[in-house]
Design a protein around this ligand. Structure first.
Ligand code: PMP
Length: 348
């Protein structure tokens, strides 16, 4: 065992953050050294535990949240799990509005944590009464002792990453980072890490990994808002620009297809033994693309945003990939070879 033994802690709240960093050694990363930060090892299984704690503590301090109150949120699942995880220990009730494309396992996890889950449509945009954010806002307005915590505009979201995620990366990378590859759901990760790096390491570039169909990467490249499409990857990509997403921090942006995201997530598992969610696949695919474009040696970091356990019936299920049109046929048995060959030839 190469790591020092961890001391006992008071509660799982003390286990949020301080996540490990692993170097990618079994995939071709071009001239880069590529590292992934395992946010999947937070107690709720995702990067969102950090913002859940930060947003709840900020709401307690400003008296927006009182003992026994109800937290209302619109979430792709992980923020909800983080909030419920913290809520269990702090005694808050949870009412969550989740779009119906999200993995069943996330919804079951939320319900097991005692949260009330309202599942709504994934196929409608801002302004529609069934749109998950509008619905959450409306539910909160009609519920006494409730607080709509709103990760998309809550400053305690990016602040959590500026205060914890970014300095951890900075220390773990020994103060030498050329690029950080992130996705944007609420924009908290981008803005928090981006602001910190701008201050302490101006050479560090923020690179956006965005699903094909999302408006963010096209907006960064052209300044134009496209009409949003749809994508299977969960937790990143947007049909609007969240107030918490400071896109001016982005130096380079990649649009990544569902297929490349899924293939990259599977590669991360089959080569490095890291079981990650779909958004981590998008980030890993973009990081590989960025790394392989570099002509000089670089040190690059990306994130494993959440644990792949909740996607076993999707990302890691050949039949699901086939049904989604992501893989042309079920590639049972030889899937690993097909994916490896494609990535090894620089196809990612
Ligand atoms: N990955 C996953 C799996 C997520 O659930 C989210 C947040 N919805 C993100 C990445 C994006 O992080 P952020 O909200 O900080 O932009």
């Amino acid at each position: 065992m190469s790591q020092p033994l961890r001391q006992p802690v008071h509660s799982t709240l003390d286990l949020i953050g301080n996540t490990p960093l692993v170097e990618i050694n079994h995939v071709d990363t071009g001239r880069c050294r590529l590292f992934v930060k395992l946010e999947s090892q937070n107690p709720g299984g995702s990067i969102k535990d950090r913002i859940a704690l930060s947003m709840i503590e900020a709401a307690e301090q400003s008296h927006k949240l009182k003992p026994g109150g109800t937290i209302v949120e619109a979430t792709a699942g992980n923020t909800g799990i983080g909030l419920a995880q913290v809520g269990v220990l702090k005694g808050y009730r949870l009412l969550l509005v989740v779009p119906d494309k999200m993995a069943r396992e996330k919804i079951e996890h939320l319900r097991a944590l005692g949260a009330e889950v309202v599942v709504t449509r994934s196929d409608v945009g801002k302004g529609h009464p069934d749109y998950y954010q509008d619905k959450a806002k409306k539910l909160a307005a009609g519920l006494p002792h409730s607080y709509y915590i709103n990760q998309f505009a809550n400053p305690a979201n990016p602040a959590a990453h500026e205060r914890t995620t970014a300095p951890e990366i900075w220390e773990q990378m020994e103060h030498d980072i050329d690029a950080v590859v992130v996705g944007v759901g609420s924009g908290g990760t981008l803005s928090g890490i981006g602001r910190y790096m701008k201050r302490v390491s101006p050479k560090t570039k923020m690179v956006l990994a965005d699903p094909e169909g999302s408006v963010l990467a096209p907006f960064i490249k052209t300044g134009e808002m496209i009409e949003a499409g749809s994508w299977a990857v969960e937790g990143i990509g947007e049909d609007f620009i969240p107030p918490n997403a400071d896109l001016s921090l982005v130096a380079e942006a990649y649009s990544i297809s569902d297929k490349d995201s899924i293939d990259a997530a599977r590669l991360l598992l089959s080569r490095e033994g890291i079981l990650a969610g779909s958004s981590s696949g998008t980030l890993f695919a973009a990081a590989l693309r960025y790394c392989r474009e570099q002509t000089e040696e670089k040190r690059v970091v990306t994130l494993v945003c959440d644990n792949g356990n909740k996607y076993l019936s999707k990302v890691y299920n050949d039949y699901w990939a086939f049904e989604q049109g992501i893989h042309k046929r079920t590639l049972k048995g030889d899937l690993r070879d097909v994916i490896s060959t494609r990535f090894e030839s620089g196809g990612a």
